[in-house]
Design a binder for this molecule. Sequence first.
Ligand SMILES: [Zn+2]
Length: 200
Amino acid sequence: MNGTPSKITKVIFFISFLALIDNQCLAFDYKGLHWNNRIVSFYLWNPPSAAVIQAHNKSAATWNNAGANFYFLPESTTSNIPGVRDFKNVIGGANDPYFQENPDAAAFTRCWPTSVGSTIWSECDTVMNMNDPISTSGDPNAYDLESISVHEFGHWLRLGDLYSTGVPGNVMFWSLSLGEIRRILDIDSRNGIIHIYGPR
Ligand SMILES: [Zn+2]
C-alpha cells in the first residue's frame, strides 16, 4: 500500500481535533475523546426514504448490540442541515464545503467537543456526498449506505480509521469500494466500543 487511493476506492474522512497518538497494541484506534452520556440520539435530515431510515437504524442497532454500555437512539427527522453546529446530531446529504476540497470522500463525520480542548463530545454530524451513488440494496455500482453508516457511527464513538491492509473486513477500514458490503461488526471494533464505554 503506498497511501494513494485507487480510482475504485473512496476515502471516508474524519476530522479530528486531537494530535495523533497511536494505540500500537490494539487493533482499533482510539485517542481519548468520548461521550459522557451513554444514550446518544440522532436525527435524519429530511426527507429520508424508508430504506434510508432502515439502513441507519440497522447500523445503529449493530453498534447497540455490541455489548457495550452505549446506545444510539433514532429520533425523528429534522430540517437542520447536517455538518453544522446546532447541538443536534444530524445525518444526511449536504453540499458541505468539505467536499470541494475532498471530492473523493463519500461521507465524513464532524464532531464538536463540549468546549475547546475538552475530551467530551457534545455533537456529531455525518454528511453524505450527494454527488456519489448510494444504494441500500447492494447495487454493485454504488456505495452501500448501511456500510458507510456503520463506519461513520464508529467515528461518532471516536474510533479512528484503520489503514492496515490486514484489516479490510474491519468496519473502521479507511476506504470502501463500490458495491462492497461491510455491515457486520468485527471483533476489533466490538472490543473498541467496549474499551471506550465499558461492558453492558
Ligand atoms: Zn473514516
